[in-house]
Design a protein around this ligand. Structure first.
Ligand SMILES: Cc1cc2nc3c(=O)[nH]c(=O)nc-3n(C[C@H](O)[C@H](O)[C@H](O)COP(=O)(O)OP(=O)(O)OC[C@H]3O[C@@H](n4cnc5c(N)ncnc54)[C@H](O)[C@@H]3O)c2cc1C
Ligand code: FES
Length: 245
Protein backbone atom coordinates (compact mmCIF):
# COMPACT_ATOMS: atom_id res chain seq x y z
CA UNK A 1 0.00 0.00 0.00
CA UNK A 2 1.29 3.45 -0.91
CA UNK A 3 2.04 5.27 2.33
CA UNK A 4 3.13 8.78 3.21
CA UNK A 5 6.08 8.25 5.52
CA UNK A 6 7.74 10.74 7.79
CA UNK A 7 11.44 9.88 7.48
CA UNK A 8 14.28 11.08 9.71
CA UNK A 9 17.47 11.95 7.83
CA UNK A 10 20.17 9.74 9.34
CA UNK A 11 22.81 10.76 6.82
CA UNK A 12 23.16 13.01 3.79
CA UNK A 13 26.65 12.85 2.36
CA UNK A 14 28.23 13.89 -0.92
CA UNK A 15 29.33 11.15 -3.33
CA UNK A 16 31.62 12.67 -5.92
CA UNK A 17 31.13 15.99 -7.70
CA UNK A 18 27.32 16.14 -8.12
CA UNK A 19 25.84 13.17 -6.29
CA UNK A 20 24.81 12.50 -2.73
CA UNK A 21 23.47 9.66 -0.63
CA UNK A 22 20.54 9.95 1.74
CA UNK A 23 19.85 7.45 4.50
CA UNK A 24 16.30 7.74 5.77
CA UNK A 25 14.71 6.10 8.78
CA UNK A 26 10.98 5.70 8.23
CA UNK A 27 8.57 6.02 11.15
CA UNK A 28 7.04 2.68 10.15
CA UNK A 29 8.43 -0.30 8.30
CA UNK A 30 7.17 -0.85 4.76
CA UNK A 31 8.15 -3.32 2.10
CA UNK A 32 9.96 -1.81 -0.89
CA UNK A 33 11.09 -4.04 -3.76
CA UNK A 34 14.23 -3.56 -5.86
CA UNK A 35 13.50 -1.12 -8.69
CA UNK A 36 10.60 0.63 -6.97
CA UNK A 37 10.83 4.35 -6.31
CA UNK A 38 9.65 6.97 -3.84
CA UNK A 39 8.49 10.57 -4.18
CA UNK A 40 10.26 12.89 -1.83
CA UNK A 41 8.70 16.19 -0.74
CA UNK A 42 11.45 18.78 -0.95
CA UNK A 43 10.76 21.70 1.41
CA UNK A 44 9.88 24.79 -0.63
CA UNK A 45 8.79 22.84 -3.76
CA UNK A 46 5.21 21.85 -4.47
CA UNK A 47 5.85 18.75 -6.60
CA UNK A 48 7.51 15.73 -4.98
CA UNK A 49 10.67 14.47 -6.73
CA UNK A 50 10.76 10.83 -7.92
CA UNK A 51 13.87 8.96 -6.72
CA UNK A 52 14.59 5.24 -7.04
CA UNK A 53 15.27 3.28 -3.91
CA UNK A 54 18.90 2.16 -3.95
CA UNK A 55 18.14 -0.41 -1.25
CA UNK A 56 16.54 -0.89 2.14
CA UNK A 57 18.47 -2.41 5.01
CA UNK A 58 17.16 -2.81 8.56
CA UNK A 59 14.35 -0.36 7.78
CA UNK A 60 16.76 2.31 6.49
CA UNK A 61 15.91 3.57 3.00
CA UNK A 62 18.94 4.51 0.91
CA UNK A 63 18.57 7.00 -1.93
CA UNK A 64 21.34 8.00 -4.32
CA UNK A 65 20.71 11.32 -6.01
CA UNK A 66 22.26 13.47 -8.68
CA UNK A 67 21.84 17.23 -8.56
CA UNK A 68 19.82 17.95 -11.70
CA UNK A 69 18.06 21.22 -10.82
CA UNK A 70 16.74 23.32 -7.95
CA UNK A 71 14.82 20.54 -6.16
CA UNK A 72 17.66 18.05 -5.98
CA UNK A 73 20.08 20.87 -5.06
CA UNK A 74 17.81 21.76 -2.12
CA UNK A 75 17.69 18.07 -1.14
CA UNK A 76 21.51 17.88 -1.22
CA UNK A 77 21.65 20.83 1.18
CA UNK A 78 19.19 19.32 3.65
CA UNK A 79 21.49 17.60 6.11
CA UNK A 80 19.14 16.91 9.02
CA UNK A 81 15.53 16.95 10.16
CA UNK A 82 12.94 14.89 8.33
CA UNK A 83 11.39 14.44 4.91
CA UNK A 84 7.96 13.28 3.79
CA UNK A 85 8.28 10.33 1.43
CA UNK A 86 5.55 8.61 -0.58
CA UNK A 87 6.36 4.91 -0.95
CA UNK A 88 6.52 2.36 -2.44
CA UNK A 89 5.81 3.44 -6.03
CA UNK A 90 6.03 1.52 -9.31
CA UNK A 91 6.47 -2.16 -9.99
CA UNK A 92 10.15 -3.04 -9.48
CA UNK A 93 12.39 -5.62 -11.15
CA UNK A 94 11.57 -9.31 -11.42
CA UNK A 95 13.76 -11.03 -8.84
CA UNK A 96 16.04 -13.73 -10.24
CA UNK A 97 15.49 -17.34 -9.28
CA UNK A 98 17.80 -18.95 -6.72
CA UNK A 99 21.12 -19.89 -8.32
CA UNK A 100 20.35 -18.30 -11.69
CA UNK A 101 22.39 -15.75 -13.59
CA UNK A 102 21.88 -11.97 -13.67
CA UNK A 103 23.57 -9.19 -15.55
CA UNK A 104 23.00 -5.63 -14.28
CA UNK A 105 23.75 -2.91 -16.81
CA UNK A 106 23.72 0.68 -15.58
CA UNK A 107 24.71 4.10 -16.78
CA UNK A 108 25.33 7.13 -14.54
CA UNK A 109 22.71 7.67 -11.84
CA UNK A 110 20.77 4.81 -13.52
CA UNK A 111 23.05 2.45 -11.60
CA UNK A 112 21.21 3.33 -8.34
CA UNK A 113 18.05 1.20 -8.74
CA UNK A 114 20.17 -1.81 -9.72
CA UNK A 115 21.93 -2.02 -6.34
CA UNK A 116 18.96 -3.50 -4.46
CA UNK A 117 18.46 -6.02 -7.24
CA UNK A 118 22.14 -6.99 -7.22
CA UNK A 119 22.08 -7.45 -3.43
CA UNK A 120 18.93 -9.58 -3.67
CA UNK A 121 20.49 -11.71 -6.44
CA UNK A 122 23.63 -12.26 -4.34
CA UNK A 123 21.43 -13.38 -1.40
CA UNK A 124 19.80 -15.86 -3.80
CA UNK A 125 23.21 -17.32 -4.70
CA UNK A 126 22.99 -16.07 -8.27
CA UNK A 127 25.97 -15.60 -10.54
CA UNK A 128 25.89 -11.83 -10.82
CA UNK A 129 27.77 -9.52 -13.16
CA UNK A 130 27.50 -5.74 -13.12
CA UNK A 131 28.54 -3.59 -16.04
CA UNK A 132 28.39 0.10 -15.09
CA UNK A 133 29.31 3.10 -17.23
CA UNK A 134 30.16 6.68 -16.24
CA UNK A 135 31.68 9.68 -18.00
CA UNK A 136 34.80 9.76 -15.79
CA UNK A 137 36.26 7.65 -12.96
CA UNK A 138 35.55 10.55 -10.54
CA UNK A 139 31.82 10.10 -11.21
CA UNK A 140 31.81 6.33 -10.57
CA UNK A 141 29.25 5.18 -8.00
CA UNK A 142 29.12 1.99 -5.87
CA UNK A 143 32.62 0.85 -6.87
CA UNK A 144 33.86 -0.13 -3.40
CA UNK A 145 30.49 -1.56 -2.45
CA UNK A 146 30.38 -3.90 -5.47
CA UNK A 147 33.99 -4.96 -5.06
CA UNK A 148 33.08 -6.24 -1.55
CA UNK A 149 30.31 -8.49 -2.93
CA UNK A 150 30.71 -11.95 -4.52
CA UNK A 151 30.16 -10.86 -8.13
CA UNK A 152 32.01 -9.67 -11.21
CA UNK A 153 31.88 -5.92 -11.68
CA UNK A 154 33.16 -3.91 -14.61
CA UNK A 155 33.35 -0.14 -14.94
CA UNK A 156 33.56 1.66 -18.29
CA UNK A 157 34.54 5.32 -18.54
CA UNK A 158 33.84 7.46 -21.59
CA UNK A 159 36.91 9.55 -20.74
CA UNK A 160 38.95 6.37 -21.26
CA UNK A 161 37.22 5.51 -24.54
CA UNK A 162 35.03 2.75 -23.17
CA UNK A 163 31.28 2.35 -22.56
CA UNK A 164 28.93 -0.37 -21.38
CA UNK A 165 28.35 -1.62 -24.93
CA UNK A 166 32.03 -2.15 -25.70
CA UNK A 167 32.36 -3.87 -22.30
CA UNK A 168 29.35 -6.14 -22.82
CA UNK A 169 30.76 -7.20 -26.18
CA UNK A 170 34.29 -7.70 -24.82
CA UNK A 171 33.02 -9.92 -21.98
CA UNK A 172 30.63 -11.83 -24.28
CA UNK A 173 27.64 -11.06 -22.06
CA UNK A 174 24.99 -10.86 -24.81
CA UNK A 175 23.24 -14.09 -23.76
CA UNK A 176 22.73 -13.42 -20.06
CA UNK A 177 19.32 -12.35 -18.65
CA UNK A 178 19.67 -8.69 -17.72
CA UNK A 179 18.26 -5.66 -15.95
CA UNK A 180 19.23 -2.25 -17.26
CA UNK A 181 18.78 1.37 -16.28
CA UNK A 182 20.43 4.52 -17.59
CA UNK A 183 20.16 7.12 -20.33
CA UNK A 184 17.72 6.18 -23.10
CA UNK A 185 20.54 6.07 -25.68
CA UNK A 186 22.38 3.51 -23.53
CA UNK A 187 19.29 1.35 -22.98
CA UNK A 188 18.50 1.46 -26.69
CA UNK A 189 22.01 0.28 -27.53
CA UNK A 190 21.77 -2.47 -24.88
CA UNK A 191 18.46 -3.55 -26.43
CA UNK A 192 20.13 -3.78 -29.83
CA UNK A 193 23.03 -6.03 -28.82
CA UNK A 194 21.48 -8.29 -26.16
CA UNK A 195 20.11 -11.68 -27.16
CA UNK A 196 18.70 -12.68 -23.77
CA UNK A 197 15.51 -11.65 -21.96
CA UNK A 198 15.68 -8.55 -19.89
CA UNK A 199 14.03 -5.60 -18.21
CA UNK A 200 14.55 -1.86 -18.56
CA UNK A 201 13.75 0.78 -15.97
CA UNK A 202 12.48 3.94 -17.67
CA UNK A 203 12.27 7.53 -16.51
CA UNK A 204 10.22 10.58 -17.41
CA UNK A 205 8.84 13.73 -15.82
CA UNK A 206 6.06 12.82 -13.41
CA UNK A 207 3.07 14.39 -11.77
CA UNK A 208 1.37 12.29 -9.10
CA UNK A 209 3.66 9.24 -9.27
CA UNK A 210 0.87 6.74 -8.52
CA UNK A 211 -1.18 6.42 -11.67
CA UNK A 212 -3.86 9.10 -11.20
CA UNK A 213 -2.88 12.04 -13.42
CA UNK A 214 -1.80 10.21 -16.62
CA UNK A 215 1.06 12.74 -16.88
CA UNK A 216 3.63 10.02 -17.47
CA UNK A 217 1.70 8.07 -20.15
CA UNK A 218 3.79 6.86 -23.06
CA UNK A 219 3.00 4.78 -26.10
CA UNK A 220 4.36 1.24 -25.86
CA UNK A 221 4.05 -1.90 -28.01
CA UNK A 222 1.06 -2.89 -25.84
CA UNK A 223 -0.74 0.46 -25.86
CA UNK A 224 -0.49 3.52 -23.63
CA UNK A 225 1.27 2.84 -20.30
CA UNK A 226 1.95 4.97 -17.26
CA UNK A 227 5.62 4.87 -16.38
CA UNK A 228 4.89 5.49 -12.69
CA UNK A 229 2.37 2.67 -12.24
CA UNK A 230 2.79 0.19 -15.12
CA UNK A 231 6.59 0.73 -14.81
CA UNK A 232 9.10 2.10 -14.28
CA UNK A 233 10.38 -1.42 -15.06
CA UNK A 234 9.24 -2.86 -18.41
CA UNK A 235 10.01 -6.17 -20.04
CA UNK A 236 12.32 -6.06 -23.00
CA UNK A 237 10.37 -5.41 -26.21
CA UNK A 238 7.63 -3.36 -24.57
CA UNK A 239 9.10 0.14 -24.72
CA UNK A 240 9.30 2.23 -27.86
CA UNK A 241 12.56 4.13 -27.49
CA UNK A 242 11.47 6.96 -29.77
CA UNK A 243 8.76 7.94 -27.25
CA UNK A 244 11.32 8.23 -24.45
CA UNK A 245 14.09 10.08 -26.28
C1 LIG B 1 11.11 6.57 -11.64
C2 LIG B 1 12.23 7.58 -11.49
C3 LIG B 1 13.32 7.27 -10.72
C4 LIG B 1 14.36 8.22 -10.55
N1 LIG B 1 15.42 7.85 -9.78
C5 LIG B 1 16.39 8.76 -9.55
C6 LIG B 1 17.47 8.42 -8.67
O1 LIG B 1 17.56 7.33 -8.09
N2 LIG B 1 18.42 9.37 -8.46
C7 LIG B 1 18.35 10.60 -9.07
O2 LIG B 1 19.26 11.41 -8.84
N3 LIG B 1 17.37 10.92 -9.92
C8 LIG B 1 16.38 10.04 -10.16
N4 LIG B 1 15.34 10.38 -11.00
C9 LIG B 1 15.38 11.70 -11.66
C10 LIG B 1 14.90 12.77 -10.66
O3 LIG B 1 13.53 12.59 -10.39
C11 LIG B 1 15.10 14.18 -11.29
O4 LIG B 1 16.46 14.41 -11.53
C12 LIG B 1 14.58 15.23 -10.34
O5 LIG B 1 13.18 15.14 -10.19
C13 LIG B 1 14.96 16.63 -10.83
O6 LIG B 1 14.40 17.57 -9.97
P1 LIG B 1 15.03 19.04 -9.85
O7 LIG B 1 14.07 19.90 -9.10
O8 LIG B 1 16.41 18.97 -9.29
O9 LIG B 1 15.18 19.49 -11.36
P2 LIG B 1 14.26 20.47 -12.21
O10 LIG B 1 14.68 20.32 -13.62
O11 LIG B 1 14.30 21.85 -11.61
O12 LIG B 1 12.83 19.88 -12.00
C14 LIG B 1 11.67 20.46 -12.51
C15 LIG B 1 10.56 19.41 -12.51
O13 LIG B 1 10.84 18.40 -13.48
C16 LIG B 1 10.95 17.14 -12.88
N5 LIG B 1 12.10 16.43 -13.47
C17 LIG B 1 13.23 17.01 -13.94
N6 LIG B 1 14.05 16.05 -14.43
C18 LIG B 1 13.43 14.86 -14.25
C19 LIG B 1 13.75 13.52 -14.54
N7 LIG B 1 14.90 13.18 -15.13
N8 LIG B 1 12.88 12.55 -14.20
C20 LIG B 1 11.72 12.87 -13.61
N9 LIG B 1 11.34 14.11 -13.32
C21 LIG B 1 12.18 15.10 -13.62
C22 LIG B 1 11.18 17.41 -11.40
O14 LIG B 1 10.71 16.33 -10.59
C23 LIG B 1 10.39 18.67 -11.20
O15 LIG B 1 9.04 18.40 -11.01
C24 LIG B 1 14.30 9.48 -11.19
C25 LIG B 1 13.18 9.80 -11.99
C26 LIG B 1 12.16 8.87 -12.14
C27 LIG B 1 10.98 9.21 -12.98
S1 FES C 1 2.73 10.61 -12.84
FE1 FES C 1 0.56 10.68 -12.59
S2 FES C 1 -0.06 8.91 -13.69
FE2 FES C 1 2.09 8.77 -13.69
Amino acid sequence: MITELNCRILENRPLGPDCFQLLLEAEQEIEIRAGQFVKVAVPGFSLRRPISVTDVEDGVIRLTCQIAGKGTAALAAKRNGSLSVLAPLGNGFTLPEEGSELLAVGGGIGTAPLIGLIREAVKRNCRVSAVFGFRTPQQALFREELSALPLRSFYAFESEGENVITLLRREGYENIPFAACGPVSMMEAVDEIMQADGEFSAECRMGCGFGACMGCSVETRSGMKRICKDGPVFRRGELLWKTLR
